[in-house]
Design a protein around this ligand. Structure first.
Ligand SMILES: Cc1cc2nc3c(=O)[nH]c(=O)nc-3n(C[C@H](O)[C@H](O)[C@H](O)COP(=O)(O)OP(=O)(O)OC[C@H]3O[C@@H](n4cnc5c(N)ncnc54)[C@H](O)[C@@H]3O)c2cc1C
Length: 426
């Protein structure tokens, strides 16, 4: 019996591809991990906002197959809110709606940029986009989402994530709307019913899953590994030749019985940020026609806001509107009420909400692990932990097991690939 820890997408995908006996141990009462959705008085909110997109044909086919008859296709309507105006995303090819002086600064910056061999994220931003785009958008937005010194982040993760258009395209986008669809999510899909959680619910059908099972210790024992967990107030354990785990690496190392000093040190040096989401239901219909917005300015607390009602009309009761607000942070604990109050204030400042709008639902949720931060030692520290885990037959999977900036497709592939390796399928 192979234990798979976590019924997020990586764990579900591993189970679907493993030959032989397995059980998924999931601490939560529900499957899906980060890809769950909640129904609050008829408003469907994803735990954190999710859309479906991928460049992998196998995963696209999986999405289409699992969500057959329940899949909507969209063309992205995403914008950056700056100085009271909206610039279409990606900012750097859609400058034309911005104030004249901002456009000039951005174009001068791009024209006079000094292309260098960047050694960190901050240098990469300046050398790719020039001073103006860096100053108005790339630097403030990235500082706001990562909450980390950009000169201490590497550039291993950028390829395919941050659109890098040509200088000519940037200049063209300053003159007029070119409506080029840059980036991997220019077209995306979303479930018609049930929010993003519909995918995990579907994938979990027929799998052997033990929910409410919290793993508390991993103990290597000879050629085996013992997984200790609690369920229904009882202590239980499974001894296995291998265990697959999507537990975040820092928590995994905490659970290891007697790990080497250097592994503990490497785990303590891993960097990540956390997230608070504020889910708001509003009586007023159609408060906006966009999918999501980015907010680089410091005066506003949120970094991104999505509008689930525009992903699927079935996410609101009747003609209401819904807003999913994201605020990243790197604190050990935050005051959810004060974040919620500040979010409501700032929504009014931007005009997204009006004073007189009736709030039907306002709920907060908090996630300790949101984004892995690629600090300059990311590769070294992850390598030390992974090498040790491999030596004790623990196979890390998923976004926080592999400790990579994985989207849903990569999380699914991570589980599938690990299961295939263990099952001897290449
Ligand atoms: C804000 C945000 C927005 C995102 N948006 C998108 C998007 O639009 N599109 C996209 O493709 N991807 C998106 N992603 C990425 C996507 O959420 C992840 O790639 C994916 O959900 C990771 O799945 P996973 O199984 O690796 O991890 P998780 O979803 O974290 O699953 C891990 C599971 O392990 C369980 N677990 C942890 N510890 C224990 C324990 N001790 N015992 C038992 N069980 C345990 C957890 O409860 C959880 O169910 C987003 C991520 C974030 C944070």
């Amino acid at each position: 019996m192979i234990p798979i820890i976590g019924a997020g997408l990586a764990g579900l995908s591993a189970a679907r591809n493993l030959r032989g006996d397995y059980v998924i141990l999931e601490k939560d009462a529900r499957v899906g991990g980060l890809c769950k959705s909640v129904d609050i008085d008829g408003f469907i909110f994803d735990y954190a906002p999710h859309i479906l997109f991928t460049r992998d044909d196998h995963i696209r086919a999986l999405f289409e197959d699992q969500l057959e008859g329940n899949l909507l296709k969209h063309t992205r309507e995403a914008f950056i809110y700056l100085q009271g105006a909206f610039a279409r995303y990606p900012f750097e090819v859609n400058l034309h709606n911005l104030p004249e002086d901002v456009i000039r600064e951005c174009i001068d910056g791009v024209t006079n940029r000094k292309p260098i061999e960047a050694t960190n994220f901050e240098e990469w931003i300046y050398s790719t986009f020039g001073d103006g785009i860096a100053k108005h958008y790339m630097i403030p937005y990235n500082r706001k989402i990562w909450k980390y010194d950009l000169s201490k982040m590497n550039i291993d993760w950028i390829s395919g994530r941050v659109p890098s258009p040509s200088v000519e395209e940037m200049k063209e986008g300053a003159a007029r709307s070119i409506r080029r669809d840059f980036g991997p999510n220019a077209e995306f899909m979303y479930p018609m019913h049930g929010g993003i959680g519909a995918l995990a619910n579907q994938l979990s059908k027929g799998l052997n899953i033990s929910t409410g099972s919290k793993v508390v210790e991993i103990k290597p024992s000879g050629d085996d590994v013992i997984v200790k967990y609690t369920k229904d107030g009882e202590n239980r354990e499974i001894s296995a030749e291998k265990v697959l785990s999507s537990i975040p690496l820092p928590d995994m190392v905490d659970m290891l019985h007697d790990p080497p000093e250097e592994v503990v040190k490497a785990a303590g040096a891993l960097v990540y940020n956390s997230l608070v989401c504020v889910n708001i239901g509003v009586r007023t219909p159609e408060i906006i026609d966009k999918h999501w917005l980015y907010f680089p300015e410091d005066e506003l607390i949120f970094n991104r806001i999505s509008f689930p009602m525009n992903f699927s009309e079935h996410t609101t009761p009747g003609d209401a509107s819904s807003i999913l607000v994201e605020v990243t942070h790197r604190e050990d604990s935050v005051n959810l009420e004060s974040i919620r109050d500040r979010v409501l204030e700032d929504l009014i400042k931007t005009g997204i909400l009006e004073e007189e709008d009736e709030i039907m639902v306002c709920d907060t949720s908090a996630f300790k692990y949101a984004y892995v931060i690629y600090d300059l030692d990311h590769k070294k520290n992850v390598g030390i932990i992974h090498d040790y885990l491999e030596s004790v037959n623990v196979v890390p999977i998923g976004r926080f097991g592999e400790w990579e900036y994985f989207n849903m497709d990569k999380a699914l592939l991570s589980g599938r690939n690990a299961a295939s390796r263990i099952s001897g399928i290449s």
